[in-house]
Design a protein around this ligand. Structure first.
Ligand SMILES: Nc1ncnc2c1ncn2[C@@H]1O[C@H](COP(=O)(O)OP(=O)(O)OP(=O)(O)O)[C@@H](O)[C@H]1O
Ligand SMILES: [Mg+2]
Length: 216
């Protein structure tokens, strides 16, 4: 049931203690909302989980195996994917961006394109196939990044302010993606200030306050 378990996570910047989390359990099929004011450490926590940042201490178990070093956790991609609020896209093409992970996985070309086409349709970006990624609007980029993550079917998806740049249709799609992830027994952890996402049915609230994580 438990997909990721963290114990004794401590992160400080010099004198300033940012995170002191005794225990965090992320369960398959659950959705978590990570709440807290600006600067509370939400992005930092997501980045630490994804192995993009080192903590001073902490034990990290993913699917029953220890990955205490950040570099080890980073290698868990695409089983665990972190989606940055301002996603970085390769300057290739929209299709190349979305199919990149599938290519690494060795999915054959024809099947790849079929999957990519489906994701582009889902994300409402089929008409953008020929636009250079760096010319896309913020929300369009975010849609490409969501499609790129979704196509890989991660077991743990870490979303950092996923709706910040999105219009109403796309926001509803994000909510939809989260429900689909849950229905497929995967896990989503979302850092957000978005009141709409906070009403997601069944979501478990985690609040970061004074470096501590409070559940509920
Ligand atoms: N290298 C550093 N040295 C000192 N302080 C740092 C450093 N890096 C980050 N911080 C601080 O750590 C805090 C946590 O930032 P973080 O981005 O995790 O917050 P957040 O909860 O995601 O906020 P927001 O809601 O604004 O996205 C911030 O106050 C930031 O200034
Ligand atoms: Mg943040």
């Amino acid at each position: 049931m438990t997909l990721m378990a963290v114990q004794g996570l401590r992160k400080a910047h010099g004198e300033r203690l940012l995170l002191e989390i005794d225990a965090l359990m992320l369960v398959r099929g659950a959705t978590y909302l990570l709440l807290g004011e600006n600067g509370a450490g939400k992005t930092t926590l997501l980045r630490i989980l994804a192995g993009l940042e080192q903590a001073q201490s902490g034990a990290f178990v993913f699917d029953g195996v220890r990955y205490d070093r950040a570099v080890e956790r980073a290698r868990l991609a695409p089983r665990m994917i972190y989606l940055h609020q301002h996603s970085y896209l390769f300057h290739t093409s929209v299709i190349a961006n979305i199919e990149y992970g599938l290519k690494l996985r060795g999915v054959p070309g024809r099947e790849r394109l079929e999957l990519v086409r489906k994701e582009m349709e889902w994300a409402g970006i089929s008409h953008l196939a020929d636009v250079p990624p760096q010319k896309l609007s913020g929300g369009e980029k975010q849609r490409v990044a969501l499609a790129r993550a979704r196509v890989l079917k991660p077991e743990l998806l870490l979303l950092d302010e996923p709706t910040a740049n999105l219009d109403d249709v796309a926001r509803e799609q994000v909510a939809d993606l989260i429900r689909q992830m849950r229905d497929a027994n995967n896990c989503v952890l979302i850092a957000t200030h978005d009141r709409d996402l906070m009403t997601l049915e069944g979501a478990i609230r985690l609040s970061l306050e004074s470096s501590r994580l409070r559940i509920g």
